[in-house]
Design a protein around this ligand. Sequence first.
Ligand code: FE2
Length: 291
Amino acid sequence: MTILAHLSDLHLIERRHFRRGALDRSRLALLSVGTPLDAEARIAATKSALAEARRLGAEHVVLTGDLTEDGRDEQFEVLAEVLADSGIAAERITIVPGNHDGYSEPGTYARALAGPLASYRGTSAPGACTVLEDAIIKPISTMLEGQWIVRAGGLVRPDDVHSIRRLANDTVSRTRALVIAQHHPLGSPAWAGLEWFDGVENGRALHDLLLERTRLHVLHGHVHARATRNLCGREHAQVFCTASVRDQHQTLRLYKAEDCTLRELGAPTLQPVGSVNTSHTPLLAATPVFA
Ligand SMILES: [Fe+2]
């Protein structure tokens, strides 16, 4: 059995955001509308969620995008600091970018992966994948670089669908749950006419692959709400979304991968930070291998 923790939508901001120019400050205010621009509160919420994942014995932590509010270099530096402070080894963390991580100039996320987030390249760079005892974590980016902040949509790239299919056909995934980590959901928004603003291009291709392969699962964020989807009346769910860490409620989901299937474990977010979870069962040590 392999235990995975799932966090999303941290929306971290730099501590000195008030020193930005007027235009940049306006962009940040617009993106954070309805949420205080409190860098320390967002950092604390992320640290708390990571500490909870660690305390509950997660063997691997998956962060499904919108790691930053508007994808600035300084915000990725904050993320690197928070992840390092968690005490969770870099090879046990997978990160993927969300639409907010692409709102700065093109290439910023790649620059962060080559710079402050370099420790996470092994699990999170394009083409990476982490093989655990009962799960394989495959990150894909659905981010569109440099897009307007009024557009929140994404793209499931055909090359990624091919590589997921190849991985699903590989002997390594025959005895494991294959877990795709991405920011966007597979479907388009419920409201007609919003596809351009918030749709996910080519999401159908991955959705069809999930219908084909019962071992395939998707962890995503973006909608800031907890959701679970079973496809075609299947007994086990294959698509899981978690709420936003920035919103500071119901932020952590825990899953166990076993017998090629991912299933949710309990409701750990109900545990107050700092308390001891006496119901927690000791876990096997993780033995990550990188393909
Ligand atoms: Fe978000």
